[in-house]
Design a protein around this ligand. Structure first.
Ligand code: AMP
Length: 391
């Protein structure tokens, strides 16, 4: 099955074309456009290029298009991308203004450009469909809850892949199969020992997710991707009292407060150096105290959420690092795992230092909890889910 994964930004369009069968999938073509003003014409162009290059004889060969949609009002899961997906995206444009409008428009454009293809949306919130009300409710008035303000959780495609792959690496094929089929069959009861994972997706955008028997129990991200850990330039968790106080005291508007909290906060706001962890690590090593503070706050927040899920899960079998910082940041991994031996987490310093952007178990051989690095590949994860949904 040929599946096109469409990555749509407000001024960009990137794609990867995968050929999939029951054993997995390979990329057969990639491409992208920046500074896009007319998405319909670049989609047409991409299809023409694929034909000209001989990748496909006709656009009809593309059987499916996958969209990694972020947040839908009253809708989640891995679903056929039809009008109800567009309505759900439109309903939360105000919460995800950079992501929802291009995806709603992109789905419409692909309906026209590839009328025979099946369109599938995988919401980033999908993995959290089975979290419990005590977790996902905020203590806010009913009118606020009625307009959809609750914890959703994000990076679902990445964390669900970690649920599958960590189970395989820990020889729990039963759990890996449950995780693979989660969007088809829902959670399954498990006979024998539970399998408990904490997945740390640490990149430009970061979150920690607790996973029991292949199913997410919660995320450090709540209502919007603006919450949880400090992000590259987004704030992460913030006391709601701080916003009216800053607006009144600094004399700034709500729009300006929102801009500062999304563009000038997080690692950039704390360090004053950069939103890229490599620049921050370099500055910290050269003695920049603010850069060191950004690292320390970040590590503290990651450990805070690991601690929360450790308790919720009632123990741990695997602690996983993924995404840019998780895969490459050996100093971050070491700092996160420091002095956790009493919780069964024994990092092997040599294995940690040697691991860079490859899959590896980096705990000591006798560590009760396996510490694992698993590279993220969200496009492939999406293509696989589309294939599973349509097979
Ligand atoms: P992502 O959003 O997954 O692409 O991750 C982006 C983040 O990963 C950026 O903050 C990068 O600085 C970080 N990153 C990439 N390579 C490295 C590296 N070798 N060491 C530390 N951080 C890295």
């Amino acid at each position: 099955m040929l599946v096109l994964v469409a990555n749509l930004g407000s001024t960009s369009f990137k794609y990867r074309l995968f050929r999939l069968d029951e054993n997995g999938g390979d990329v057969v073509a990639t491409g992208g456009y920046e500074r896009v003003t007319d998405h319909a014409s670049v989609i047409e162009d991409a299809l023409a290029v694929l034909q000209k290059d001989g990748v496909i004889a006709s656009p009809d060969e593309i059987e499916a298009v996958g969209f990694k949609t972020v947040l839908g009002k009253d809708l989640s899961g891995c679903v056929i991308a039809d009008q109800k997906v567009i309505d759900a995206l439109d309903g939360f444009t105000a919460v995800a203004p950079a992501h929802n409008p291009p995806y709603a428009a992109g789905i419409r454009q692909f309906e026209k450009a590839l009328p025979k293809a099946r369109l599938v949306a995988l919401f980033e919130t999908a993995f959290y469909q089975w979290t419990t009300p005590d977790y996902y409710n905020y203590a806010i008035p009913k009118a606020w809850r009625d307009i959809g303000i609750r914890r959703y959780g994000f990076h679902g495609a990445s964390h669900k892949f970690i649920a599958e792959r960590s189970a395989e690496l820990c020889d729990r094929q039963d759990i890996a199969e449950i995780a693979r089929r989660l969007y088809l069959d829902g959670p399954q009861s498990v006979s024998g020992k539970p399998f408990r994972v904490i997945s740390c997706h640490l990149g430009g955008s970061s979150s920690v997710t607790g996973i029991r028997n292949g199913v997410a129990i919660g995320s450090s991200m709540g209502f919007s991707p603006q919450s949880g850990l400090p992000q590259n330039n987004r704030v992460g968790d913030l006391d709601s009292g701080a916003i009216p106080y800053a607006m009144r005291t600094l004399g700034i508007s709500l729009d300006e407060a929102e801009r500062q909290l999304t563009k000038e906060s997080g690692l950039l706001g704390l360090s004053g150096v950069s939103n890229d962890s490599r620049d921050i690590e370099k500055a910290a090593a050269e003695g920049n105290a603010d850069a060191q503070l950004a690292i320390d706050v970040s590590v503290h927040a990651i450990r805070h959420w690991i601690g929360a899920f450790l308790l919720d899960l009632g123990g741990l079998d695997a602690l996983v690092f993924t995404a840019g910082i998780g895969e490459n940041g050996k100093a971050t991994r070491a700092a996160v795992c420091e002095a956790l031996e009493s919780f069964g987490i024994h990092l092997d310093p040599a294995k940690n230092a040697a691991c860079r952007a490859t899959e590896a178990i980096i705990s000591s051989d006798d560590s009760p909890v396996k510490v694992i690095v698993i590279p993220a590949n969200e496009e492939l994860v999406l293509a696989r889910e589309v294939y599973r949904k349509l097979s």
